[in-house]
Write a protein that binds this ligand. Structure first.
Ligand code: ADP
Length: 250
């Protein structure tokens, strides 16, 4: 078998939610969806539709009442989050204020930060990839909002998992920065072949990268397909209604 360097991902994994039922009490949710390996999926929909819940189910932070979650064709339904081939980046990037960029990234590799040479090399590579070379020793407060999200992405990269989940990861950034971050995600996806699933409040983000769109409403997938088709004038009426008069050009 050919050994790959520890910090290179081996491509993406397919994701499937098969009749996954879940509820927090009030709203019954049921998700059926399939995401191709090495593709980009964008999840949109009204607030409370279940977008974050889908990510939490894939990551294992929530467990279905019934149904199955498959990642890379393996049943992950009852697998602990730490053992799933998944990384997640949140809007609030969870950086530690007292640790510098390199250490914050290193936490993705080993929580105890007992880092060997391979770890250091993976951390260095990830920092370069997200465009933060030269800023390794900075503390989070000495970084811009966009740079802090780059650290969070680098931390996800060093985990070397074939699935990256982004939960409104760029929501607190202005439009120009959000575009920049999406371009970075597109570039990283091209380099690594990761499968990317991103939840966003900005449907136009689904057009920036070639993505498959999942439109959620009331706890289920109400429409899905290539974003370019779904978000066009010929898209389904329920999407046109949701989008209203929003201008979608980025
Ligand atoms: P979205 O991401 O689309 O805004 P969520 O997945 O966060 O939607 O939420 C789906 C539904 O579950 C909503 O009705 C929401 O109020 C409810 N919900 C989400 N998280 C919790 C929670 N931790 N406890 C109770 N209800 C929750």
């Amino acid at each position: 078998m050919i050994e790959r360097p520890a910090h290179k991902t081996t491509g993406g994994a397919a994701i499937r939610l098969d009749a996954v039922r879940f509820d927090y009490g009030d709203m019954a949710m049921r998700f059926d969806l399939a995401i191709e390996p090495s593709s980009i999926a964008t999840i949109i929909g009204p607030s409370g539709a279940g977008k974050s819940t889908v990510l939490n189910l894939i990551a294992g932070f929530e467990s279905p009442l019934s149904g199955r979650i498959l990642i890379d064709n393996e049943d992950m339904t009852n697998v602990d989050p730490s053992r799933r081939p998944v990384s997640m980046v949140f809007q609030d990037n969870n950086l530690f204020a007292h640790l510098d960029v390199a250490a914050n990234v290193g936490l993705g590799r080993k929580p105890g930060l007992r880092l060997d040479e391979a770890d250091q090399s993976a951390i260095h590579d990830a920092i370069v990839k997200v465009g933060l070379a030269g800023k390794e020793k900075r503390k989070p407060q000495a970084l811009s909002g966009g740079e802090r999200q780059r650290v969070a992405i680098a931390r996800a990269l060093v985990r070397n998992r074939p699935v990256l989940l982004l939960d409104e990861a760029f929501a607190s950034l202005g439009p120009a920065l959000r575009q920049e971050m999406l371009d970075l995600i597109g570039q990283l996806q091209g380099d690594t072949g990761m499968t990317i699933v991103m939840v966003t409040h900005h449907p136009e983000e689904a057009l920036r990268l070639p993505s498959i769109l999942f439109f959620l409403e009331n706890g289920h997938v109400a429409a899905s397909g290539p974003a370019r088709d779904l978000l066009s004038d010929r898209g389904p009426s329920l999407l046109r209604k949701y989008l209203g008069s929003q201008e979608l050009s980025l």
